[in-house]
Design a protein around this ligand. Structure first.
Ligand code: BGC
Length: 348
């Protein structure tokens, strides 16, 4: 296993951005940078053992510095939406940046996807990793408390990419961190032929601005049901706009549990998602519309990639019945998610 680093460019305010390359000697290569904690490449072997890149993104740093739909990013302080960018904690009302139809999305105008993290490569006998750290100031994007965050991307010989998040605060605050890669296991076209399983019996119902109503609705008998494997394209025709929903994962503990599995018949690649989190946002790249050209000249059409964002439920700070996202001084926010790429059957 190896880990190397190179200069990727500079931020608009002249700071150096470093790109790390992690390889496990079993056909998996992970590239990520300290700007936004962005995963820029994820190479995974196909059914013939040929590694191919399965995430959307850009070839160079510049387009990542402009507006883009969170390709490969770490999102926070609060991944997903907070209604009207407002919440009350211990009797105080906090106002956050509103960057999505009057609501707060993915940490605001300058979320964790747009900050430069400190980065430290780690080599161990059983893994290679990059540990990213960032201190978010009290009041950043409207959030209370200085939040010290670390995110570790770890690649193992078992073809697993593990992301571990930790955070601590000096004042009561809310935290919900996630990772926003757009996966396409074929490395081309759309994800409509991918087969998906989600370990969830219910999802959080949302209004027209994708804010939860508070209702947890059973998926049974609807196009939302992925408890049994189905091809994404057969369900999506019944879901106006496409999937952009938070699933309530079926869980037995607080530990790492199976959340979802994706299979692409054309490449034979499989990805499993395991997580400690209660929710999973399944998003089918509905807002991609052919205006972004990504790596290798690939024009990203609608549904070019899918996101499986492990997280707490959207708008939890305003939904007392949802699992709490409050973090208090002395407590540690912990989140672990593992993307597993089990070997697939080689073609005969
Ligand atoms: C959300 C989408 C949003 C997208 C932004 C996803 O996590 O669920 O509603 O448009 O992020 O790229």
């Amino acid at each position: 296993m190896t880990i190397t680093s190179q200069r990727f460019g500079t931020t608009n305010d002249g700071r150096e951005v470093v790109l790390f390359t992690l390889s496990n000697g079993r056909g998996m290569t992970v590239r990520l940078m300290n700007y936004g904690g962005i995963l820029t490449e994820l190479l995974v072997p196909d059914k013939n053992g040929i590694p191919g890149d399965i995430v959307l993104g850009f070839d160079s740093l510049e387009p990542y510095l402009d507006e883009h739909p969170y390709f490969g990013s770490i999102v926070g302080r609060y991944a997903n939406r907070i209604a009207k960018g407002e919440f009350t904690l211990d009797g105080t009302v906090y106002s956050l940046a509103r960057n999505n139809n009057g609501n707060h999305l993915h940490g605001g105008l300058k979320g964790f996807d747009k900050v430069l993290w400190s980065a430290e490569p780690i080599s161990d006998t059983s893994f290679v990793a990059v540990k990213l750290t960032y201190v978010s100031k009290d009041g950043e994007e409207g959030y209370p408390g200085t939040l010290s965050v670390s995110v570790e991307y770890r690649l193992t010989p078992a073809n697993e990419l593990e992301i571990s998040y930790l955070a601590a605060t000096d004042k009561p605050t809310v935290v919900n961190l996630s990772h926003h890669s757009y996966f396409n296991l074929a490395g081309r076209g759309t994800i409509l032929d991918h087969e998906l399983t989600i370990n969830a019996d219910r999802y959080t119902v949302v209004d027209e601005n994708l804010i939860p109503t508070g209702e947890l609705r059973p998926v049974a008998g609807t196009p939302m049901d992925f408890t049994k494997t189905r091809t994404i394209g057969t369900g999506i025709v019944h879901v106006p706009g496409g999937y952009d929903h938070n699933y309530v994962l079926t869980r037995a503990s607080n530990g790492l549990e199976f959340a979802a599995r994706v299979y692409d018949p054309s490449s034979g690649r499989v990805m499993e998602v395991w997580t400690s989190e209660p929710g999973l946002q399944f998003y089918t790249g509905n807002f991609l519309d052919g205006t972004i050209t990504g790596k290798r000249g690939w024009v990203y059409q609608k549904h070019a990639g899918l996101c499986l964002e492990t997280q707490h439920f959207p708008d939890s700070p305003n939904q007392p019945a949802f699992p709490s996202v409050v973090l208090r001084p002395g407590e540690t926010y912990r989140h672990r998610t593992v993307y597993k790429f089990p070997p697939t059957l080689r073609s005969q």
